[in-house]
Design a protein around this ligand. Structure first.
Ligand code: SAM
Length: 481
């Protein structure tokens, strides 16, 4: 089995754990010490109240000041807070670093969940002017949390995290998978992941290599990945962001790998970016990734950015905003490839084993009621319901409206009273779909239903796809008796 070094020796990690535990440096411990106002301030990068509440410099106060508020503290105080971890070991492992005549955080040591800690590099914003390491290990960012929220948390035997970085996805997987494997191309990242695992008393199989190469020939019940999905000319400066693949090919590569990586019925979920090319349907382009995979696929586009905003975002992320040449080269590449926009979203796949897998690529930019993972799991359940019913069977079921379903109408006053121009079904919960219902289609269906001489087959043909669509979106639900 591959062994990966950690930032500290095994005994050092346990000593760090003892220090953090003893001090109560957990999310709840910190919230309890600081109270809601100071905790809320921290979330907005306003540390004033937190600093006032930690003036005592007892161990918990010191850890909050150093690892949350970014302060430099005296060596004696930091050593006391980290004991029994020798301060020389903390310095050698990069947990803290010298700054002026004191010590400050060398890594992002983040209390997370109820009683976990995640180790990562400090973000570019924490050390302005200091270039990010090429193998920068990402902390808990927005994309990280999107994947955490979107993951279907059903019990599985085996789970794989591709591109584990700090190990945060693996931490979550261990709550519902019996065995967790995590890979990364970066030895540095694996050092952080191994430390995160040990610090949380977890045991994962850690493997180094390019995407699925380290697990070739093996299958998993659940695969998750927050890969380096950033789209561009294929230049790699930072491995957490750049895959070295040109354009959006990493998304297609992961889709193509799914059938060889998943057990029957297994699921794979990953974040991806895709380009919107002038004159091309972005949805068809992304749907093409799943051709021949035999997997059901649901792709939801959560955000769309124009090239300028996109390049700015990712240059800021690595603290490289002042590099006009890099920006120009990136934008030129987008121009040359007629890229008008870049979409960001979540890909969920299931190896269904059916000859006619369902592939749906759609915009879902509304705010969704969490947990997203449960919504995605329910979507696959609904596909199972639809798959085994032909139109007659579908129409023979009884349905009820989704909880709280609303019908919103726009109407214009005319000579004969109100005439409905537009009506929309709106789900106030769950995926919060709004669905425009064409008044004409509904009227025609009503007419067909009312006219006794209309063959039932004609009615079924008209109603079947509408019912199937409303079921798929969860707007109507089968009533099970
Ligand atoms: C966006 S970070 C995600 C980190 C973490 N899983 C998360 O969700 O926050 C992408 C990770 O993929 C790793 N990576 C980059 N290219 C890779 C490749 N070709 N194969 C495997 N891992 C790769 C990077 O080192 C980095 O740790």
């Amino acid at each position: 089995m591959e062994r990966h070094d950690m930032l500290l020796s095994p005994a050092g990690v346990q000593a760090l754990r003892t220090a953090l535990d003893r001090a109560g440096f957990t999310s709840n411990g910190i919230a309890g010490r600081l109270g809601p106002a100071a905790t809320g301030g921290i979330a907005r990068n306003d540390f004033r109240a937190a600093l006032r509440a930690t003036a005592d410099r007892d161990p918990l106060a010191t850890l909050i000041r150093v690892f949350i508020c970014g302060q430099t503290e005296s060596e004696a105080v930091v050593a006391a807070a980290l004991a029994p971890l020798p301060i020389a070991d903390a310095l050698a492992g990069g947990i803290v670093e010298r700054h002026g005549d004191g010590l400050r955080a060398g890594v992002d040591l983040e209390p997370y969940g109820d009683d976990w800690w995640v180790l990562a590099d400090l973000p570019a914003s924490a050390r302005p002017g200091r270039p990010l390491h090429a193998e920068h290990v990402l902390g808990i960012g927005g994309a990280t949390q999107t994947l955490i929220g979107a993951t279907m948390r059903r019990p599985v035997a085996t789970a794989l995290d591709l591109g584990t970085g700090s190990g945060i996805q693996a931490l979550h997987l261990a709550t519902h998978a019996r065995r967790v494997t995590a890979t990364d191309i970066s030895e540095r990242a694996l050092r952080f992941a191994a430390t995160t695992a040990a610090l949380n008393n977890q045991d994962w199989e850690l493997l180094r290599g390019d995407l699925v190469a380290p697990v070739a020939g093996r299958r998993f019940d659940l695969v998750v990945s927050n890969p380096p999905f950033v789209v561009g000319p294929g230049t790699t400066t930072h491995v957490y962001r750049d895959s070295g693949r040109v354009g959006d090919t990493i998304g297609a590569e992961l889709a193509a790998a799914a059938p060889g990586l998943l057990t029957e019925g297994g699921t794979m979920q990953y974040l991806a970016n895709w380009v919107h090319v002038a004159g091309e349907d972005w949805g068809e382009r992304v749907a093409g990734w799943f051709t021949g995979t035999g997997c059901d696929a649901w792709v939801i586009q959560r955000e769309v950015a124009d090239p300028m905003a996109y390049v700015n975002l990712w240059l800021t992320d690595v603290g490289e905003t002042a590099d006009p040449q890099r920006m120009a080269a990136w934008l030129d590449w987008f121009d040359a490839h007629k890229v008008e926009a870049i979409g960001f979203g979540i890909v969920s796949l299931r190896r269904s084993g059916h000859a006619d897998p369902v592939v749906r690529v759609e915009d879902l930019r509304q705010r969704v009621e969490p947990p997203m993972g449960d919504r995605i799991a329910a979507w696959f359940d609904r596909q199972d319901f639809l798959r085994v019913r032909d139109t007659d069977a579908l129409l023979a079921e009884r349905y009820r409206a989704a909880e709280g379903l609303q019908l919103r109408q726009e109407a214009t006053m005319g000579d004969d009273g109100w005439a409905v121009d537009r009506q929309t079904l709106a789900m106030p919960h769950g995926l919060r779909w709004t669905e425009e219902i064409d008044p004409l289609v509904l009227a025609q269906l009503a007419l067909l239903a009312a006219a006794h001489d209309v063959p039932p087959q004609e009615l079924a043909e008209a109603a079947g796809p509408i019912v199937a669509h409303l079921v798929e979106r969860g707007i109507i639900e089968p009533v099970t008796t």
